[in-house]
Design a protein. Sequence first.
Length: 161
Amino acid sequence: MAHTNACDHEHDNRGLAGDTLTRLLAAAEARCERAGQRLTAPRRRVLELLLQVGQPVKAYDLIAAFGDDGAPAKPPTVYRALDFLSKQGFAHRIESLNAYIACGGDADGHGAAFLICDCCGVTREIAPTGTQEIERMANGEGFILTTLTVEAHGLCQDCRS
Ligand SMILES: [Zn+2]
Ligand SMILES: [Zn+2]
Ligand SMILES: [Zn+2]
């Protein structure tokens, strides 16, 4: 499920495994409970896959990797889980890549910003400055924001050299 790199140099892998992964999944479970929600098995599995990759993943790759036994999931199962995870702030949809990524922060707000490398695809979540401003302007227009995602494309440090 690794994404394909256009270049041949090494990129640091931000995927999670072992204790860190277990801890984050437990924290997500606790956060759901506090919000009166349930991290059901499919939701948990999709979040686990997103955290393991640590980079944007396309829905069809999640569907293919879903089963522990190698069996693919029913697509609606994964789409519904992604919908839940996005709404609860555990994941973000990256429109320009048509992919999803686990949230790198723990904010419940709907603002998020990403630096996306067009060469290797490495995507990093950064603090979304300026989104409060947009939110304020939206509110002024009587517009209710549900998501606000900044997708900045360019070249990462590895790919520049
Ligand atoms: Zn986030
Ligand atoms: Zn790169
Ligand atoms: Zn590169």
